[in-house]
Ligand binder design. Structure first.
Ligand code: SF4
Length: 274
C-alpha cells in the first residue's frame, strides 16, 4: 500500500467507535457538505467500481493496483451486513487487484467472511487500525485469529505509545503503517513512539512505513506544527525510520513531483471550466 493506492467505497458512513475516531476525516468532510455521517448508505454508483469497465472494455481499476476499501466507513460496520456478501463477490472477481480491508471492528471480521473463504484469499489483506496500546491489545488478538493470507496494522492516527513486539514476532503481520492526526484538535505524535515501532519492526523483519507526521509532531521536546500534507510526508521520510530504509532524497523528490503534477492538472481543469 502506498500513496498511489486506489480507493473503493462500496458504502459511506460510520459511527465513532473509539478514541481514534475523535477527528475522523469522514465526519469532517461530511460536515462541510451537510451530510450525516451516521447514516450508513450503500454507494449507488460506485458499489461495483472494481468490475466496472470503460468504453474500450478495460477495467476502470487497472490490474495490479492496490485498492483501499471503505475510506469513509468501516468494511465490517453492522449496517453493511446486508451488502457485504455482494462486495465479497466483487472482490472474488478481481484476483488481479489487492484489496485492503481497513477496520476498527476487528471482532466482527471472523463471523463475516464469505462461505468459500477457506484459509484466506490471495487478493485480500486485512488492516486493523489501532490508535494506542489499549486498542492494540483489544484488536490484535482478533486480527491474528482470522485466517488470512495477508495482514497489516495501521497506527493512524497514532495517538499513544504502543508495544508491538508480541503481535509481530511470529510473522503474521506483513506491514505496519504509522501516521499522525490531522484536522481541528489534532493530538500530537511523538517521534519516540515512532522510533520504538520502527525498531520493533526492524527486530522482526516487518516492513514499516512512517507515512506522515500529522499536524503536530514532537521531537526532542520541541513541538512543530506542520499544516501541509506534503511537508508532513517529507518530514516523516527525513526521520529515516522506514524499514527497510528508503532512498530519502529520491522519495522526497517524487513527493514534490507528484504534487506539482497534481497542481498542473488542477490548473488545466480550472482553465477549461472558465
Ligand atoms: S471507524 Fe474510521 S470511518 Fe468510522 S468513525 Fe472511526 S475513524 Fe471514522
Amino acid at each position: 500500500m502506498d500513496r498511489h493506492d486506489l480507493i473503493w467505497n462500496p458504502w459511506h458512513g460510520c459511527h465513532k467507535y473509539s478514541e481514534g475516531c475523535q477527528n475522523c476525516y469522514a465526519f469532517f468532510l461530511d460536515k462541510r457538505y451537510g451530510r450525516d455521517t451516521n447514516e450508513v448508505l450503500r454507494n449507488k454508483s460506485g458499489f461495483d467500481l472494481p468490475i466496472k469497465k470503460d468504453r474500450a472494455g478495460n477495467y476502470k481499476l487497472p490490474p495490479a493496483s492496490n485498492v483501499r476499501v471503505c475510506m469513509a466507513s468501516d468494511f465490517f460496520i453492522e449496517e453493511a451486513d446486508e451488502w457485504r456478501q455482494e462486495a465479497w463477490d466483487i472482490i472474488r472477481q478481481r484476483p488481479d487487484l489487492m484489496f485492503s480491508l481497513l477496520t476498527k471492528r476487528a471482532s466482527r471480521i471472523k463471523d463475516h467472511l464469505p462461505p468459500d473463504w477457506g484459509d484466506g484469499w490471495d487478493n485480500v489483506t486485512f488492516a486493523v487500525s489501532c490508535e494506542n496500546q489499549k486498542r492494540l491489545e483489544e484488536r490484535m488478538p482478533y486480527l491474528l485469529d482470522v485466517p488470512a493470507k495477508h495482514r497489516w496494522i495501521s497506527l493512524k492516527p497514532f495517538i499513544g505509545e504502543v508495544r508491538l513486539d508480541e503481535y509481530i514476532s511470529d510473522g503474521g503481520i506483513e506491514w505496519v503503517l504509522a501516521g499522525g492526526e490531522n484536522y481541528l484538535g489534532s493530538r500530537p505524535l511523538h517521534y519516540e513512539w515512532v522510533k520504538e515501532v520502527s525498531e520493533a519492526c526492524e527486530r522482526y523483519n516487518v516492513k514499516f512505513t512512517f507515512g506522515q507526521t500529522g499536524n503536530v509532531f514532537i521531537r526532542d521536546g520541541k513541538e512543530t506544527k506542520i499544516r501541509s500534507r506534503t511537508e508532513q510526508a517529507v518530514e516523516a521520510l527525513r526521520t529515516g525510520l522506514n524499514v527497510p530504509p528508503v532512498d530519502i532524497e529520491h522519495e522526497v523528490q517524487m513527493i514534490y513531483a507528484e504534487k506539482a503534477a497534481k497542481q498542473a492538472a488542477f490548473r488545466k481543469r480550472s482553465t477549461k471550466a472558465d
